[in-house]
Design a binder for this molecule. Structure first.
Ligand code: EPU
Length: 425
C-alpha cells in the first residue's frame, strides 16, 4: 500500500493542465453500451476508477482498450452478460450507471445493490423509481437489483427530486434508458451538473434527441437506435478546483489551463470572497494568493451551487483563515471524515450536525493522517503542503481513484511529495 510523505510548507508556482473529468467519463463509458460497435472516447483520465469501470464493461462482454494519451476504445458489439457483480460494484458505486443502459439494450439487467460508503448513506431509490416509471419491473434479490423490461421501455413524465435535491447518476441512468424508450420522456428536477450535460451531448452525438440540456427539465424523444461515437469528455472541474485551493493554501500562483471557469462560478465566487485573485486566461485562469486568507461561509448544493466534491479541500483552506467560517453540507450530510484528521494537524474544526464550524488557526502542523475517501484525501494533501514538517498521508489509493498521479503534477510546482510503498497497513 502507498503512502505520501509531504514536506511543508511550500509555495506553489507554475502551470498545470487539467485532465478530463472522471465523473463525466464514467457515465459516458456506460453510454457506449447503448450502441453496438466501437466508440472512441478522448481525454479519459488514467485513474483506478476508470480501470475498474473498464473491467466492469469487459465482464458484460465489451472489449475495452486504452490507446494512448487519454483515448479509450470501447467495443460493445457483444453484450452477453448483463450483470454488474458485487465484487466490482462494492469497489465503485458509479457502477450503478450501467443499469439503465443494460435495460435499454438487453431488456434485462442484474446489478449489485451498492452499499453505503465513507461519505454516508447513498440510496439508489430514485434510480429505481425512475426506471420503473419507464416500465421496468424491478425486484431486489439477494443483494441484487434485478430489472426486466419484457415489453420495452416507454417514455413518461418523471420527477427525480429527492430529499437532497436532484441525483446525478440517477439522472444519467434514467436519461440513458429513456434515449431508447418509445415516445417522450420528461425528467423534472434533473441534475444540471456539467457532467450530465456532457453525457447528454454525447448521447445526442450518438443519435439521441435530448433537449433542455443543462436545465432541471430534460426532454428526451426516444429513438430506435443509437450509433457508436467519437467523443471528448470535458475537463475535470473538481480537479481544477483542487489546484485552485493548492495555489491559495500555499500563498502561491498557479496558471491552470484546460479549465472551464463557466462551470465553476460558485467555486470562483467563494475563492474571491476568501481573497484569492482569479484572472481568466486563454484556456483557464491564473490563481494568485497574495494576502491572508479571509473567512467564508459555504453551503454545498447540487449544481450550480457549491460542489460537495470540493467541501473537504475548502475546509483545509479555511482552517488557515483569520476568524471563523461555517461549512454546511447539504448533499451528503455525513461527509465529514476529514474533520478529525485535519484536527490532528492542529486545525480547529467542530462538527455540529451537517455543519462544521471552522475556527481559523495561524499554522497547521504536520502529522500522520488517514485518507478516508477521495476528496478527503485531497484535503489532507493540501493541508500537508501548508503544514510545518513532514505529513504522512496513509491509504493513498483513495486519491488515486480520482487524481492522476497527483504528486507528479504538484511536485513541478514546488511541492515536495514522495510516494512510498509500505507493507501491512
Ligand atoms: N440520493 C437519494 N436517492 C437516490 C440517489 C441519491 O436520496 O436514489 C441522495 C444521495 O444520498 C445524496 C444526494 O441524493 O444525498 C445526491 O446524490 P447523487 O445521486 O447526486 O450522487 P451520485 O450520483 O451517487 C455523483 C458523483 C459524486 C458527487 C455526487 C454529488 C459520480 C461518479 N459521482 O454521485 O462524486 O459527490 O454526484 O455531486 O459522478 C466524487 O467524485 O468524489 C464523488 C463522490
Amino acid at each position: 500500500m502507498d503512502i505520501f510523505r509531504i514536506e511543508g510548507p511550500v509555495r506553489l508556482c507554475g502551470t498545470v493542465t487539467i485532465n478530463g473529468s472522471k465523473n463525466a467519463s464514467l457515465p459516458i463509458m456506460a453510454a457506449s453500451i447503448l450502441a453496438g460497435g466501437k466508440s472512441t472516447l478522448s481525454a479519459v483520465p488514467n485513474l483506478s476508477d476508470i480501470s475498474v469501470f473498464s473491467r466492469l464493461l469487459e465482464q458484460l462482454g465489451c472489449c475495452v482498450t486504452r490507446i494512448d494519451n487519454g483515448q479509450l476504445c470501447i467495443d460493445s458489439t457483444v453484450i452477453d452478460n448483463p450483470v454488474g457483480d458485487y465484487e466490482i460494484v462494492r469497489k465503485m458505486r458509479a457502477s450503478i450507471c450501467i443499469l439503465g443502459p443494460l435495460l435499454a439494450r438487453c431488456g434485462r439487467a442484474k446489478v449489485s445493490m451498492p452499499g453505503g460508503c465513507s461519505i454516508g448513506d447513498r440510496p439508489v431509490n430514485l434510480h429505481i423509481r425512475g426506471l420503473q416509471e419507464l416500465g421496468a419491473q424491478i425486484q431486489l434479490k439477494n443483494g441484487y437489483i434485478v430489472a426486466e423490461a419484457p415489453n420495452g421501455l416507454r417514455g413518461k413524465e418523471i420527477f427525480l427530486g429527492g430529499p437532497f435535491g436532484s441525483t446525478v447518476l440517477g439522472t444519467a441512468n434514467v436519461m440513458m434508458a429513456a434515449a431508447l424508450a418509445k415516445g417522450r420522456t420528461i425528467i423534472e428536477s434533473a441534475a444540471c451538473e456539467p457532467e450530465i450535460a456532457d453525457l447528454a451531448n454525447c448521447l445526442n452525438k450518438m443519435g439521441a434527441n435530448i433537449s433542455g440540456i443543462g436545465s432541471p427539465r430534460l426532454v428526451i424523444e426516444g429513438v430506435r437506435h443509437l450509433r457508436p461515437v467519437d467523443y471528448e469528455v470535458i475537463p475535470d472541474r473538481i480537479e481544477a478546483g483542487t489546484f485552485m485551493v493548492a495555489a491559495a493554501i500555499t500563498a502561491g500562483e498557479i496558471t491552470i489551463t484546460n479549465c472551464r471557469l463557466g462551470d465553476m462560478m460558485a467555486v470562483v465566487d467563494r475563492l474571491r470572497h476568501i481573497g484569492i485573485t482569479i484572472e481568466p486566461a486563454k484556456t483557464g485562469c491564473v490563481v494568485t494568493c497574495s494576502e491572508g486568507i479571509k473567512t467564508a461561509n459555504i453551503t454545498t448544493q447540487p449544481y450550480p451551487g457549491f460542489p460537495t466534491d470540493l467541501q473537504a479541500q475548502f475546509m483545509a483552506l479555511l482552517s488557515l483563515a483569520e476568524g471563523n467560517s461555517v461549512i454546511i453540507e447539504k448533499v451528503f450530510p455525513d461527509r465529514f471524515m476529514h474533520v478529525a484528521e485535519l484536527n490532528r494537524m492542529a486545525a480547529n474544526l467542530r462538527k455540529e450536525g451537517p455543519a462544521v464550524i471552522v475556527a481559523g488557526v495561524k499554522k497547521l502542523m504536520a502529522a500522520s493522517v488517514m485518507a478516508s475517501d477521495l476528496r478527503a484525501s485531497a484535503a489532507l494533501v493540501l493541508a500537508g503542503l501548508a503544514a510545518d514538517g513532514i505529513t504522512i498521508v496513509n491509504r493513498v489509493y483513495h486519491i488515486d481513484r480520482g487524481y492522476e498521479k497527483i504528486e507528479k503534477r504538484l511536485n513541478p510546482l514546488g511541492a515536495k511529495i514522495k510516494r512510498k510503498q509500505i507493507k501491512g497497513v
